[in-house]
Design a binder for this molecule. Structure first.
Ligand code: MN
Length: 738
């Protein structure tokens, strides 16, 4: 519809908007606050007076609407309301940040400046976009209000997206789903997050959106009947206990119903928990938790609860700060229904997120999950070594994944994303603990470092100064903190090993009577099919290129010498410098399962993976293992319906491959023998202990050790080193048992 208001009508509308802006604010505003807001309001009206939105409305309606969201829905105070009113002034008009600072002070100017910078970010390609988001997120630790106002800005833009050109709609909507909705979620702004997701879906997959919306509407009557029946059943008992409460029926959002339908491969009707009952109560006593359990007990007097679906987010709030008691009960119609029990305070936190937290947190001194998360984010952001796309993927992984709660031996809680391993746990305690993590005990038992932790696990990390981060850790570390620290440490180690490898090579070439010069290095690089000299030095240094292989090269050279005359090199002896800062991965071998076996396979036609892709194997009936990309369009279906046919797979660099060898070691028992053995192993370059188990009996000991090695040279050196330990009599290689 065309916009037709007259100037007088617009002036009236502005007056109404101003009154309305101050009506529903969450924070109580002082007279001074109101003065500042008035000043900002007038400045915004004046500054934007010649601008119109695409719909024809005066532009200033937009910053006013954003300020309203900031004031009521996010619940921020005067400073943020002022900044929201001014958020587009520097971007779009002749006012400068300096003007804003003079008129409204340093804080408002800083926030407006942050918001202006975000809108200057260019969005050309994926990597640039990711880098830009990173910059945007950086403002989080300057002032989280910048991001909160930016979310309000995006929220209003999404609400009015209909009047934008079609091609921009899809782009803005996808960006909203990609970054703003997860951010809103993480900052505890549940209702805004839900709206952003629904609007995002509306403008990316309109058909799906309207279809689900219609079905929700059509089932409204049934739902309301259900809620009123439910309420009537518990009402009397709650009133008997003098509860002041409200019962709401909450439909799941269109977006999350859609997600369930996709994930479970079901139709709208088959999504069984489409709506939930919410009981919001005013605490009777100081102990609102106690009240919640009392209400729980009343509800379950009338309805049978499902014990495995009880969630106590009060004792251990989600890291977003969410608190509530959730239970699922069998309704009268024989269907499960979720019941959420929340005090008014908990409800406020769920709706207003960060702002409500801030309000209630004063005085309690407890670190909230949100702050922990902000600190983690800060950590990741400050680590500039990480590639921007990696970074975004990590953040998203951490945003979306469900959390688990684990405990230190002292009972301190560590919240980690689902899928986390003892490595993640170790890094969450302290970087140094992670760096030297040698092993872990979960609930008192030794476990491999790849073990996936579960909620409630008590984890004890064992460290050793000789231990260093391993490449394999990246297979099971999931937190961005651990991953980036491991990657950095590996890079450092590669550099050091490269230097060491250079020296070793110099020595070995001398004994093989081959000149150490640039030409030889280049020949070696191509002989071993590598890319750079650092690749070569590194692989010599870590032992993955053995003496035998170097001799092969030497023999080839001598044969070549016999066959034709070669002029002497005129070039001066010259040192070869390591110029690349990273060892390149070759990804020339595909391995399956946790034992990293190589098995026959064929590429799938649907996604046609290439070396280096993230992949998995799918066991077919007639054609053996088919290889698919992890993001293959068919992957969700295969994972959901044929889990048992999926084999994990990955591309590796065969020159860095490790083999597991079992050793039997025996001898005369003496104090500290276990220590001596594990010291010898961890001092052997690049040999990792997988498992060690030593038993003693009547002055005699026998042990079984699994180690991972790169080649036979390493194994032979290790065996002779073990044999030289005082007391050790026998070291034998055992057959691998599966
Ligand atoms: Mn704006």
């Amino acid at each position: 519809m065309a916009y037709t208001a007259t100037i007088e009508e617009e002036t009236q509308e502005l007056k109404r908007l101003y009154k309305d802006l101050l009506k529903g604010t969450y924070e109580v505003l002082s007279t001074d606050d109101k003065k500042e807001i008035r000043k900002a309001f007038d400045l915004a009206v004046d500054a934007h007076k010649d601008q119109r939105r695409k719909s024809g409305e005066p532009y200033v309606f937009h910053p006013i609407a954003v300020a309203k969201i900031v004031a009521d829905e996010i619940g921020l105070g005067a400073t943020s309301i002022v900044a929201a009113l001014l958020h587009d002034v520097v971007e779009d008009t002749y006012y400068t940040v300096e003007d804003i600072e003079q008129l409204f002070g340093e804080t408002v100017a800083r926030i407006v400046n942050g918001l202006t910078k975000i809108s200057h970010l260019k969005k050309d390609n994926a990597s640039l976009q990711a880098e830009n988001y990173r910059k945007m997120l950086l403002t989080l630790h300057d002032d989280v209000r910048v991001i909160l106002i930016k979310i309000a800005d995006r929220y209003h833009n999404m609400q009015t997206l209909g009047s934008m050109p079609l091609e921009n709609q899809a782009r803005i909507a996808s960006e909203t789903l990609y970054i703003y909705a997860p951010l809103a979620h993480r900052l505890g702004l549940y209702s805004i997050k839900t709206e952003l997701e629904d609007l995002g879906l509306k403008y990316t997959e309109a058909e799906v959106y309207y279809d689900i919306a219609k079905q929700i509407k059509d089932s409204k009557e049934d739902r309301e009947k259900y809620i009123s029946e439910f309420t009537s059943i518990i009402k009397e008992s709650l009133e008997k206990e003098d509860f002041d409460f409200e019962v709401q029926g909450r439909t799941k959002s269109i977006f999350s119903i859609r997600k369930k339908m996709l994930k479970q491969g079901v139709s709208f009707e088959e999504v069984y928990d489409k709506f939930a009952i919410r009981i919001i109560y005013k605490p009777q006593s100081k102990d609102e938790k106690h009240d919640a359990w009392k209400i729980y007990s009343i509800v379950t007097d009338h309805f049978t609860p499902n014990p495995i679906r009880l969630r106590d987010w009060m004792t251990q709030p989600k890291s977003t700060g969410y608190e509530a008691l959730h239970t699922t009960v069998m309704g009268k119609s024989g269907k499960w229904i979720e019941v959420q029990i929340r005090s008014q305070r908990m409800h406020e936190i769920a709706e207003k997120g960060y702002a409500a937290h801030y309000k209630y947190k004063h005085g309690s001194g407890k670190e909230t999950g949100l702050e922990t998360w902000l600190n983690k984010l800060k950590d990741a952001l400050e680590n500039t070594e990480v590639d921007a796309i990696d970074f975004m993927e990590n953040i998203k992984l951490n945003l979306y994944s469900k959390e688990i709660y684990t405990f230190t031996p002292n009972g301190e809680i560590k919240s980690l994303p689902k899928g986390a391993s003892p490595i993640d746990f170790a890094y969450s305690i302290h970087t140094e603990v992670g760096m030297h993590c040698r092993g872990a005990k979960v609930n008192g038992k030794m476990v491999p470092l790849s073990k996936e932790l579960a909620s409630g696990d008590q984890v004890e990390i064992m460290t050793s100064l000789n231990q260093k981060p391993k490449l394999a850790w990246l297979d099971y570390a999931v937190t961005s903190r651990a991953r980036s620290k491991i990657k950095n440490a590996l890079k450092e180690e590669q550099k050091a090993l490269g230097e060491e490898g250079k020296e070793i090579l110099r020595r070995k070439l001398r004994s093989l009577k081959i000149k150490y010069n640039e030409k030889t290095i280049n020949n070696l690089v191509s002989f071993f099919k590598l890319k750079t000299s650092l690749d070569l030095f590194y692989r010599i240094g870590n032992g993955s290129i053995s003496n035998v292989e170097l001799k092969k090269y030497a023999n080839q050279q001598t044969n070549a010498l016999y066959s034709f005359f070669r002029p002497k090199s005129k070039r001066k002896k010259q040192d070869i410098y390591i110029d690349q800062d990273e060892v390149s991965q070759k990804f020339d071998l595909l391995v399956f399962g946790s034992n990293e076996d190589s098995l026959p396979y064929t590429n799938s036609v649907c996604c046609n993976p290439i070396p280096g892709d993230r992949v998995f194997g799918f066991t077919t009936i007639n054609e053996g293992i088919k290889l698919h990309k992890k993001d293959c369009p068919n992957a969700i279906n295969m994972r959901a319906n044929y889990r048992y046919r999926i084999v994990s797979a990955k591309w590796i660099d065969s020159t860095q491959r490790e083999f597991i060898v079992n050793l039997m070691i025996s001898g005369i028992d003496k104090v500290g023998i276990v220590n001596d053995v594990s010291l010898v192993i961890s001092n052997s370059m690049n040999v990792n202990i997988q498992n060690i188990n030593i038993g003693t009996e009547a002055g005699y000991f026998e042990g079984h050790i699994s180690v991972s090695i790169k080649n036979i040279d390493q194994l032979n050196t290790l065996i002779s080193n073990l044999k030289s330990i005082e007391g050790v009599m026998k070291v034998l290689r055992e057959k691998l048992s599966k």
